[in-house]
Design a binder for this molecule. Structure first.
Ligand SMILES: Cc1cc2nc3c(=O)[nH]c(=O)nc-3n(C[C@H](O)[C@H](O)[C@H](O)COP(=O)(O)O)c2cc1C
Length: 318
């Protein structure tokens, strides 16, 4: 919390408050963060968004969101979940201002069992509507790295998108240069990344709630685990690699590189502002192309109807 306060002091110095809140989000992990220590920081800095993810129990979000709202009522509470069940449970218990729907393509931690946002987000939307929570905005997360992905998420019914992996290549992101090099070099994300719990076992016993694992680049630590190497040996090799010149990011990589399946589309370092502008413009362009395509298809259908009197599915496929 001291480190967080230090970072927020910098933000406070750099950015003007907007509607009394600091225009930035703060992410907290309830399973490991101490609520009583977090509250004074949130009360002092009043971030625009308090983002919660990974509680030991879905009910913990109820306590967290209620207490956060008490100390900073203007901050919005966003909660990230990875299943229809969790979305409904969290909507019922704390009515978050936004639900972030995380699909299985996401980099970093997420639900071990899951679906991609292509089926998850629409089912969440329909089920929430059925339970009377259709007014909670949904934001899509997992595998979105460019305007095409963002446009697809909007088409699925999302109000916005979250990107993690893409920002690993932002100039401002503070990561080890070897980490960034690995992200930029990776291709074919479905093959070069993997979801696994072993990544959380490397420094000692896994402390994450059982529901979660994480997606990262395939590493030697992962390969050893898959080959049945004893965990004590994997940990020892990992610890040695971290102390080496390349900090475990060298040729036979042992350090964890959290990244999503979209990693193959991330191939250059850019300022964060440029990433946001590029993705936004790319989404508009993709939506325009989609609209133009639909208009062309409709025109084709109508021209066939004009000549034959009926529209056949074959015409629609054309
Ligand atoms: C390096 C990395 C670190 C992450 N750390 C967190 C975190 O601390 N808290 C959190 O809620 N999500 C975290 N995430 C997950 C993101 O919230 C988000 O779900 C994910 O990045 C979206 O998928 P994408 O990586 O394909 O864009 C992290 C993701 C990455 C790649």
């Amino acid at each position: 919390m001291d480190e967080l306060s230090g970072q927020l002091r910098i933000v406070e110095h750099e950015l003007e408050r907007c509607n009394h809140v600091l225009p930035i989000g703060v992410g907290l992990l309830p399973f490991v963060s101490k609520l009583e220590k977090a509250l004074p920081v949130l009360e002092k800095f009043k971030p625009a968004v308090v983002w919660l993810f990974a509680a030991n129990d879905f009910d913990d979000y109820k306590t967290w969101s209620a207490r956060v709202r008490e100390v900073t009522p203007r901050s919005k509470v966003w909660i990230q979940v990875g299943s229809v069940f969790a979305a409904v449970a969290v909507a019922k218990s704390c009515r978050p201002d936004v639900l972030v729907i995380q699909g299985i393509d996401a980099g970093g931690h997420g639900f071990e069992k899951g679906a991609s946002i292509i089926s998850l987000l629409p089912e969440v939307a329909d089920t929430l509507a059925k339970h009377g929570f259709g007014d909670i905005p949904l934001v899509a997360s997992g595998g979105i790295v460019d305007g095409r992905g963002a446009a697809a998420a909007l088409a699925l019914g999302a109000q916005g998108v979250v990107m993690g992996t893409r920002f690993l290549a932002a100039k401002e992101t503070i990561i080890h240069p070897g980490y960034r090099t690995a992200v930029l070099a990776a291709t074919d994300g479905g093959q070069s990344t993997v979801r696994a719990k072993i990544f959380d076992e490397l420094r000692g016993p896994n402390i994450w709630p059982v529901l979660y694992d994480g997606r990262g680049l395939v590493t030697e630590s992962y390969n050893d685990h898959a080959a049945g190497v004893d965990i004590a040996q994997i940990r020892s090799l990992h610890a040695d690699a971290l102390k080496s010149e390349h900090a475990g990011f060298g040729e036979s990589r042992r350090a964890t590189v959290w990244a999503g399946t979209g990693v193959g589309l991330v191939n250059r370092v850019q300022p964060a502002e440029d990433i946001v502008t590029e993705v936004r413009n790319g989404a508009f362009a993709a939506l325009d192309r989609m609209k133009a395509k639909v208009i062309r298809i409709k025109a084709a259908v109508w021209s066939r109807i004009d000549s034959s009197g009926t529209a056949s599915p074959r015409v629609i496929i054309q």
